[in-house]
Each structure stands twice: as structure tokens, then as C-alpha cells.
Design a protein around this ligand. Structure first.
Ligand code: ADP
Ligand code: MG
Length: 222
């Protein structure tokens, strides 16, 4: 089991009281599978990803990433765990405008401090091929379509071979057909690379291939 959330409660300050964003949430995602979390805007989906990413510490409950209990970790240890084990795909690709598609991926290896002898270049090229962008390796973001930019974003998240992949509304900026293609790609990469993938979406379209669908309502996961 690569990602486990156990009885996780998260609140935010809200006027005089607290707003409960996650209410005793339990979620287990085995390696090589995709769990979709579906729910309306404001139901707590992004909060769930932030907790799973160890970016936010919950009020209560446990978060295990690749077998590591994260509560006791310090800031630097959490950051190291994130770099090593967690790939994050946000709604907006946030690519660096001046870098080519290939360089966007290589920057990840630089951050992990393991860029050496072109091994990262080979991996970056292999991942670009896996997302269908071999021919676009030397293009910058403005020379790519929205769907292609989202594919670079996904490839970049996989660069450090994470065991957990967290994806927030990846198709919201895409039309139906391109959205379906991006989701197919995610499901396929999840099986191929063995990641435990959480796919957050408010859109129930194209969820046919996912391994589990969980519904989020007012911070509760059905
Ligand atoms: P979703 O992704 O499903 O739209 P969110 O997790 O973003 O839901 O938000 C869940 C609830 O928590 C909402 O009521 C939202 O307004 C609130 N919320 C989210 N982030 C914060 C924050 N940093 N501070 C205070 N309230 C927040
Ligand atoms: Mg959200």
C-alpha cells in the first residue's frame, strides 16, 4: 500500500471558529492503481491532496507515504520525502516559459541532485516519449498546445520515479477529447510505473477506467 490516509481531519481558521475541510477521511491507494476523488467545488478535494502531499499537516490522523509515517518528520525531511516519493500535477501546468519541454524535466533531476552523465537526459527523453511528445522535446511552452503542456506536466511529475502521484483536475482546461486522452495516459502510466495515483476531479466524465471512485461531500469521503 503506497498511500494511506487514516482518520484524517483538517480544519482551517474561519472567523471565530474553524472550518472542517477534511472530516475523518480514510483512503488507501495500492501501487499501480488510480483512485478518483469526485466532488463539488469546496468539498475538500484539493485539501486532501495537500495533506497527501505532506504540504499541510492535518489536525488529526495519519498519512503514510511509501510506508513512511509523515507526522513525525521535520520540514526538511518532508521536503526530501516529497522530492523522492511524490509527483504532483496541478491544474495549471506552471511550466517555466524559457525552458524547452526536455529542460522542464531535467530541472527536476537537478533539484534531486542526481544529474550526471546524461542519465537524466535519457530518462527525460524516455518520459517525453511515454507521453507522446518525442517530437516536441525542444519546444518551449508557448509552442505547445494546452494538452501538450499538461502532458509535459505529467512527465515532469514522474521524473524522480515517485511512488505516489497526486493529480488535481488535470482536464479542467481541456476540451472533452483532449481531456479523455490525458486521463487515458494517466491510467496507463500509473499501471506501467506502479504509482499510487489519486485523481481529483469535479467531472464524472471519462472515469470508466479508474480502479476506484470515491465521493467527497463537505469534507467527508463516502
Ligand atoms: P475543492 O478542491 O474540493 O474545491 P478545497 O479543498 O479547496 O475544496 O476547499 C475545501 C474548503 O476549505 C472550502 O470551504 C475552502 O474555502 C476551504 N479552504 C481551502 N483552503 C483554505 C485555506 N488555506 N484557508 C482557509 N480555508 C480554506
Ligand atoms: Mg480544488
Amino acid at each position: 500500500m503506497t498511500l494511506v490516509l487514516d482518520d484524517v481531519t483538517l480544519t482551517y481558521p474561519d472567523g471565530d471558529g474553524r472550518l472542517t475541510a477534511l472530516d475523518a477521511v480514510g483512503l488507501t491507494v495500492p501501487a499501480g492503481t488510480t483512485t478518483a476523488v469526485v466532488g463539488p467545488s469546496g468539498s475538500g478535494k484539493s485539501s486532501l491532496l495537500a495533506v497527501a502531499a505532506t504540504l499541510v499537516t492535518p489536525d488529526r490522523g495519519r498519512v503514510l507515504v511509501a510506508g513512511t509515517e509523515t507526522r513525525a518528520l521535520g520540514r526538511a525531511e518532508r521536503a526530501a520525502l516529497r522530492r523522492r516519493e511524490i509527483g504532483i500535477v496541478f491544474q495549471q501546468p506552471n511550466l517555466l516559459p524559457s525552458l524547452t519541454a526536455l529542460e522542464q524535466l531535467q530541472v527536476m533531476a537537478d533539484m534531486e541532485g542526481r544529474r550526471r552523465h546524461g542519465a537524466d537526459g535519457d530518462r527525460a527523453r524516455e518520459l517525453l516519449a511515454a507521453v507522446g511528445l518525442s517530437g516536441q522535446a525542444h519546444r518551449r511552452p508557448h509552442q505547445l498546445s494546452g494538452g501538450q503542456r499538461q502532458r509535459v506536466n505529467i512527465a515532469r511529475a514522474l521524473m524522480n520515479e515517485p511512488s505516489v502521484l497526486l493529480v488535481d483536475e488535470p482536464t479542467s482546461a481541456l476540451d472533452h477529447e483532449r481531456g479523455a486522452a490525458v486521463l487515458d495516459l494517466l491510467l496507463c502510466l500509473t499501471r506501467e510505473r506502479g504509482t499510487a495515483t489519486v485523481l481529483v476531479t469535479h467531472d464524472r466524465a471519462h472515469l470508466a477506467g479508474v480502479d476506484a471512485v470515491r465521493e467527497m461531500t463537505d469534507g467527508k469521503l463516502e
